[in-house]
Design a protein around this ligand. Sequence first.
Ligand SMILES: O=C[C@H](O)[C@H](O)[C@H](O)COP(=O)(O)O
Length: 265
Amino acid sequence: MALAYDPLFITSEISAMDVAAASPPPMMLTQDELKRIAAYKAVEFVESGMVLGLGTGSTAKHAVDRIGELLRQGKLENIVGIPTSKKTQEQALSVGIPLSDLDAHPVIDLSIDGADEVDPYLNLVKGRGGSLLREKMIEGASKKFVVIVDESKMVKHIGGSKLALPVEIVPFCWRFTAEKLRELMEGYGCEANLRLGERGKPFVTDNGNYIVDMHLEKDMGDLRAVSDAILRIAGVVEHGMFLDMASTVIVAGEFGVKIKNKQSF
Ligand SMILES: O=C[C@H](O)[C@H](O)[C@H](O)COP(=O)(O)O
C-alpha cells in the first residue's frame, strides 16, 4: 500500500534509536500534512481481519479517515475498530468502520494513535485532548501500538515540551486531589491546574472525570517511580504518561518520515 503523497518523500525504516534522516521533502509541508503522512504510513500496518484500536486527536483522525477510505475501496475487509473516545467513535461510524469494545475484544491486534510528547526511549505523554484513560486501556490491550507524530512532539525527556502532563481525577473534592498532586511533584517545579472547558467550567472527560494539568520545570528522572506515586493518590484515576507501551513511533518531519521501533534499553 503506497503513500498517497509525493513519492519522493521517502520513508526510512530503522531499528536503532539514532535514526538517519531520509531524503529531503520536495516542499515545505504544514504540520497537519506531516500528521497525515505519519498517519497514512501507520495505516500500512493494517491488514484485513484486524481488530484495531482507533486513537483520538488531530493526528489519529487522519488514520481513521484513511482506514474508512480503504474499507470503502475494498482494499481492507473485516476490520473491527475499538474507539478511544466518543469523538473517535462518531468519526469512525461516519466513515463506515464497524465498531466494538474491549469487553467483546479484550485483545487488539494494532492500535494507532497520536501523542503529545515522545522521549528517546519511546515513552509518551498523552491526554492533552482528554482521552488518556480510554487510550491507555485500549492501547495497553494491543499486541502492537503504533504512535504517529510530527517532529514537534519529540522531546529529550518527558515534560520537556513544558506543556501539560495530564492526570484524570474524580470530580469529588478535586481541589484536595490537585493539591496532593502538586505536593507530590513539588520537587520538579510543578504547577497543577484544573483543566477548564467551555464557559470556564471544568473540562469533563468521556468518563465523567476532571483533568489536572501538571506543568513541570524539571526532568522527573525515574518515570516509573513517579507514575506509581501518582497512581497511589486516592482520587487519581490515571495519568498521561504511557511508559514502555509504544511498539513503534512514526515521526513525520521536514526531512522525511522516520520509523523508530521499540528496543530493550
Ligand atoms: O487525549 C488526546 C490524545 O492523547 C491525543 O492522542 C494527543 O493529545 C495527541 O493529539 P494530537 O494528535 O491532536 O496532537
